[in-house]
Design a protein around this ligand. Structure first.
Ligand SMILES: *Cc1c(COP(=O)(O)O)cnc(C)c1O
Length: 384
């Protein structure tokens, strides 16, 4: 029987344990496996290569993304590292002009040293994407909504451009999760996640994922996963499986809270700019609505110049100043000095990551408490 999404979250992948009937996949905390004779194993040899707890999660994430092959990594960046290792010296990637700071860092300061280079493009502008393509470009790497400005890129349209020119299309789907957006069904070739965020959901573990449909691509990625070795440990695999079981109820509340907070901010008179693709006034609103089942729960905003953002961060009581996002608790961060500090100041400014920009990961607390906290913190941060 094929399950609908809400059931898949709980029963997708490998459901429980065949041997004992345990309703949860056991934590196979082992590095190696007894072989019954030379060349005779029971499907498992060594836990970098494969582990049953990780395998259950890898099948689950593939099911959720409606893909064929899933791979789990020790972090989102370990996943990104492995995907970038598909490329060779001389290859070039087109990347969205606002992306996760760590993705920029590994491109700019690691892979560039191996002559795998990148071109920064506003991928919400399809003509700009098309124009940036040349022979050396081997892939288009997008985030949508992008971090931190929540810019929306049309996945289907970019995938069509990729197909036409025979370039891979890679989508970082961290901000929406497969509960809200499934890029492979829109034509993308590779989906990446930081599972540290909504998939885990409780700010208690680091993980990353890759999902693909193509068998050849999957084989190469499994090869690289084993060769590079940044795999997810059994216990962390268990934690992410546990987190995914409640993804639907968490995301529904995250999105509902974020919509209310964004609407409140936009009307409040406290801010000069709100970035949230769930607002009808947002330039990405229509495409977002077409390609996803919700706008997510990340909001960025710029306080009116009357207020001092440094003081604002100190006055918050319920909302925590911290890196990361996607946990049940609301977190706020300052992209220019925290998540996006790896991006040079001139590039930051050019794309709109100004010093006054504040990024909010809306949690699942009572939304009225969140709004009260924002209100008092902004009210108490008037410049002298
Ligand atoms: C956090 C994040 C990453 C990196 O993931 P880690 O698990 O921190 O290594 C990549 N992309 C996006 C969009 C992220 O938010």
């Amino acid at each position: 029987m094929s399950y609908r999404r809400n059931s898949l979250l709980i029963h997708g992948g490998i459901d429980g344990d065949e041997t004992t009937g345990a309703v949860n996949v056991p934590v196979y905390q082992t590095s190696t496996y007894k072989q019954d004779g030379l060349g005779k194993n029971r499907g498992w040899e060594y836990s970098r290569t494969g582990n049953p707890t990780r395998a259950a999660l890898e099948k689950l994430i593939a099911d959720l993304e409606e893909g064929q092959y899933g791979l789990a990594f020790a972090s989102g960046l370990a996943a990104i590292n492995t995907v970038l290792s598909l490329f060779k010296a001389g290859d070039k990637l087109i990347v969205s002009d606002n992306i996760y700071g760590g993705t920029f860092r590994i491109l700019d300061n690691v892979f560039k040293n191996f002559n795998i280079t990148y071109k920064i493009v506003d991928t919400s502008d399809l003509e700009a994407v098309e124009n940036a393509i040349d022979e050396d470009v081997k892939a288009i790497y997008i985030e949508t909504p992008a971090n931190p400005l929540l810019t929306i890129t049309d996945i289907e349209a970019v995938s069509a451009i990729g197909k036409k020119h025979n370039k891979l299309v890679i989508v970082d789907n961290t901000f929406l999760t497969p509960y809200l957006q499934r890029p492979l069904t829109l034509g993308a070739d590779i989906v990446i996640h930081s599972g540290t965020k909504y998939l885990g959901g409780h700010s208690d573990t680091i993980s990353g994922f890759v999902v693909v449909n193509d068998k050849q691509l999957a084989d190469r990625l499994y090869y690289l996963q084993n060769a590079i070795g940044g795999v997810l440990a059994p216990w962390d695999s268990f934690l992410i499986i546990r987190g995914i079981k409640t993804l639907s109820v968490r995301m529904d509340r995250h999105v509902a809270n974020a919509q209310k907070v964004a609407e409140w901010l936009a009307e409040s008179g406290y801010v000069s700019k709100v970035y949230y693709p769930g607002l009808k006034t947002d330039p990405g609103y229509e495409i977002q609505k077409k390609q996803a089942d919700g706008a997510g729960a990340m909001i960025s905003f710029v306080l009116d110049e009357k207020y001092d953002y440094r003081v604002f961060f100190e006055k918050l009581q319920l909302i925590t100043l911290a890196e990361s996002l996607g946990g049940v608790e609301s977190l706020v961060c300052h992209p220019a000095t925290m998540t996006h500090a790896a991006i040079p100041a001139d590039i930051r400014k050019e794309v709109g990551i100004v010093d006054e920009l504040i990024r909010l990961s809306v949690g699942i607390e009572d939304v009225d408490d969140l709004i009260s906290d924002l209100k008092q913190a902004i009210g108490n941060s008037v410049k002298a």
